[in-house]
Design a protein around this ligand. Structure first.
Ligand code: SME
Length: 158
């Protein structure tokens, strides 16, 4: 039987992240394939928080290329320094965007996306991928999301 994520809807955001981290630690540990693990991580986040779009872009040569995700079809390639994703790659830092219309250079893969958070995945001091999460509500993310998402993506062994 496939592994499952069990997280009560009644928990606070912090409690959900804590429970999700513990369950993902087990789930991702039993599989070594990075694509399989990115796929399950994205699916788990989408399931628990019902975000509009959750997914990865991986660094390939000088671009970010779309990788496992959950949600509507999305842009496939993003250049270094472009959009929220390319800017997070360039700064090697998480970026919280409360209103995508206020982020100069934001790349709109869907007009339904209103706010966004992007977290870099860093290995050996280099960005190897980014996790992008979009919400159809304004101001859906804060620094607490950034901290937990950074912790969660650190479970991935690139
Ligand atoms: N909005 C992102 C592009 C990726 S999609 O949101 C899935 C950006 O500005 O980089």
């Amino acid at each position: 039987m496939a592994e499952q994520i069990h997280i009560s809807k009644d928990l606070t955001k912090k409690e959900k992240y804590e429970a999700l981290y513990s369950q993902l630690e087990v789930l991702l540990n039993v599989e070594t394939d990075i694509v399989a693990n990115m796929a399950n991580l994205a699916a788990a986040l989408k399931e628990v928080f019902d975000f509009f779009w959750v997914g990865f872009y991986v660094v390939k040569n000088d671009e970010l290329v779309l990788a496992p995700f959950q949600g509507p079809v999305a842009c496939t390639r993003i250049r270094f320094g472009k959009g929220v994703c390319g800017t997070s790659w360039e700064r090697e830092q998480a970026i919280v965007v409360p209103d995508v219309e206020q982020f100069s250079g934001h790349i709109a893969c869907s007009s339904l996306s209103r706010s966004e958070i992007v977290v870099p995945v860093i290995k050996d001091d280099k960005v190897v991928a980014i996790l992008d999460v979009d919400s159809n509500k304004l101001d859906a993310f804060d620094n607490e999301d950034a901290q937990y998402l950074e912790k969660i993506v650190s479970l991935l062994k690139f």
